[in-house]
Design a binder for this molecule. Structure first.
Ligand SMILES: [Zn+2]
Length: 427
């Protein structure tokens, strides 16, 4: 007797094993998260999201992660609120089932791309014309993953005073590569010209006059304004760090360094307010101005904020002195103690085929059917079109290999690459 019971009991093992393996792999303890936000509205088109109770495995508190995001809308707020309400679910829906923590983090960049494109496609199908920037930050213990379109920046400040940018600004004025891509895909880039032919203001894309090269929404501007995010994933050292996520109302007034310096030594709640205050002091309230500050704090050091700039200089001096007579091995240990950040992933290409990769694991659903890598609909065997088909990549990878796209998403991909006029569907 009991052989079936035994088998059933055995069936329970994988999940338990998975959880215990994850607990064991947790060599460093979990950091504490503290966050604060502040906003000053002028047009009422900035929205944000803070969600600290997400779970990779429903009901398993050990699988918790947090999401922080800013959506800076233009030409109305519908795209911003739609993205705030749907993007997270679309990203989570793009994961294959049953992934462990490390596999999940590895699959996250691709899930973010799929989630952004699906959100854009769904929003555009509603026929609304507004658009939004998105800066979407997922914090899973010491690993920070940022996906962004537009110019709402996310910066990282670490112990030792190194400030780094985790996003790139998708602004036509500052981003040559993006300017070339938009032009090659059929967009026209130029400045606003006023009476007498005098050109004023930043470079914009015509028709529409948008200054950004990537966004969610913006159906009336053209599909070459793509929703494919720049994605960067980093792992912080055990010294933790501070994230500052803010809309361009901040970054038009303050450099990344200035914003980081302005709030060092303050707890997150006050820090966000201080950054907004500092930006307004410099430039006045010309735009919606939103800021989220997230502190990732080592467990043995739960309330000590980042050092102020004086202390930080001392730390830096100490570190450089060490450098001259320490062996390489000792030095690298010192580096991680001071706050060296490990870069895990970075990709900014606007080509969907490059971003969805050759992931075999994501192309098959649990029912054994193929699914669209973007919108996750089931595909009949004859329906799926490889993301690589007809592209330059079909030389090196096999066009019958996944990931696959449904006909609709394939249309969207072609339009984004300028191979098909926007808004025109092939019957
Ligand atoms: Zn699809």
């Amino acid at each position: 007797m009991g052989s079936r019971d035994e088998r059933r009991r055995h069936n329970l093992v994988p999940l338990a094993a998975l959880i215990s393996r994850e607990m064991k792999s947790e060599k460093m303890e979990k950091p504490t998260l503290r966050y604060g936000y502040a906003a000053q509205s002028r047009k009422g088109e900035d929205y944000f999201l803070t969600k600290t109770d997400c779970q990779r495995i429903q009901g398993n508190a050990a699988s918790a992660f947090s999401v922080f995001a800013i959506f800076d809308g233009h030409n109305g707020s519908a795209a911003a609120t739609f993205s705030r309400d749907n993007l997270l679910n679309h990203v989570l829906g793009a994961f294959p089932r049953g992934l462990g923590r490390n596999e999940w983090l590895q699959a996250l960049p691709r899930a973010l791309v799929a989630g952004f494109v699906k959100t854009d496609k769904e929003f555009q199908s509603r026929g609304e014309t507004s658009g939004t920037t998105v800066t979407f930050v997922i914090v899973d213990r010491w690993t920070v993953t940022v996906a962004s379109v537009g110019d709402s920046r996310c910066i990282l400040d670490t112990q030792g005073g190194a400030v780094s940018e985790l996003t790139v600004d998708h602004r036509l004025e500052e981003n040559v590569e993006e300017r070339e891509r938009v032009t090659a895909s059929g967009g026209e880039v130029g400045r606003l010209s006023i009476v007498g032919g005098v050109e004023v203001g930043p470079l914009r894309c015509w028709p529409g006059g948008l200054c950004l090269s990537r966004s969610i929404g913006d159906m009336d501007v053209g599909e070459f304004i793509v929703p494919i995010p720049f994605v960067k994933q980093v792992k912080l050292s055990s010294a933790g760090g501070r994230l500052i996520i803010a809309s361009d109302g901040i970054w038009d007034a303050l450099s990344s360094e200035m914003a980081a310096k302005a709030c060092r030594g303050l707890p997150a709640e006050l820090a966000a307010r201080q950054v907004v205050k500092e930006a307004l002091k410099t430039r006045g309230l010309k735009d919606d101005t939103t800021c989220i500050v997230v502190d990732i704090i080592p467990p043995d050091n739960p309330i000590q904020p980042l050092p102020t700039s004086k202390k930080q200089n001392k730390l830096r001096a100490l570190f450089f002195r060490k450098k001259s007579h320490d062996s390489a091995n000792k030095l690298s240990k010192k580096l991680s103690a001071v706050g060296i950040v490990e870069e895990i992933f970075e990709e900014g290409s606007a080509m969907l085929a490059e971003r969805l990769g050759s992931g075999e694991c994501s192309s098959q659903s649990t029912t054994g059917l193929f699914i669209c890598a973007v919108c996750q609909v089931d595909l009949a065997p004859s329906e799926g079109i490889s993301v690589h088909a007809g592209s330059i990549f079909s030389m090196s990878s096999k066009p019958w290999q996944g990931p696959f796209l449904c006909a609709d998403c394939r249309d969207k991909k072609d339009a984004m690459e300028g191979k098909r006029p926007s808004g025109v569907k092939v019957a």
